[in-house]
Design a protein around this ligand. Sequence first.
Ligand code: MG
Ligand code: MG
Length: 256
Amino acid sequence: MDWARQINIKNPAEIAIMREAGRINATILATVREQLKPGVSTAELDAAAEDVLKKHGAVSPFKGYGYPPFPNSITVSINEELVHGIPSANRKLKEGDIVSVDCGTFFEGYVADSAFSAGVGEISPKARNLLEVTEQSLYIGIAKMRSGNRTGDISEAIQKFVESHGFQVTREYTGHGVGRQMHEGPQVPNYGTAGTGILLRPGMVIALEPMVLIGTHKTKVSKDKWTVVSADGSLTAHFEHSVAVTEGDPLILTVL
Ligand code: MG
Ligand code: MG
């Protein structure tokens, strides 16, 4: 992939703008999270996200992205849907669903990208475990985002943690650099080998995004050409933050 070759180091002023974009993105996700209730349509979630974007003078980098152009501002993926679900007025949340919401914010020339998964009402113990392991794996990966480490250190840490809980990481979709473009280098898979890959340097910003499946790691793309589902129909989850590498601790940009 060509975008994966282009690594853009950000200066402190750029990181500061990306932090603002990240704050808006976190506000959107918090707003959507409050609406995860049975009977709410995924189109309503998208409309709520749009409202927050507009209020902040920001736009979605998802809308119009790719081919066929993605039609909405957020992706909403339910249960076996791993990522890239298209919001729809006909798709309503049900008690027991697990919902993954991915959102981007394009603000003053820079992109923030983050995602979370959460249950609707009561969910099964297995689903709860999947959410916990996936979210923890994101923070385990972030802890490896230190200057002097390599992308493979992040990848291996995420994979080992997820597999130690009996779950699988996706192979086809990866974390990525983020900046003026939604997708820049380096590419950061959720599987790999420590000590390999790109050397991390201060000013790199990476959207780290473990995508975890209960059954097979294999996926397929639905007829709508966007929605990615687990090949065996098993449950999936997805958490993502945009994070800057610094001289010291990693700086999570996509928080309030
Ligand atoms: Mg994302
Ligand atoms: Mg991303």
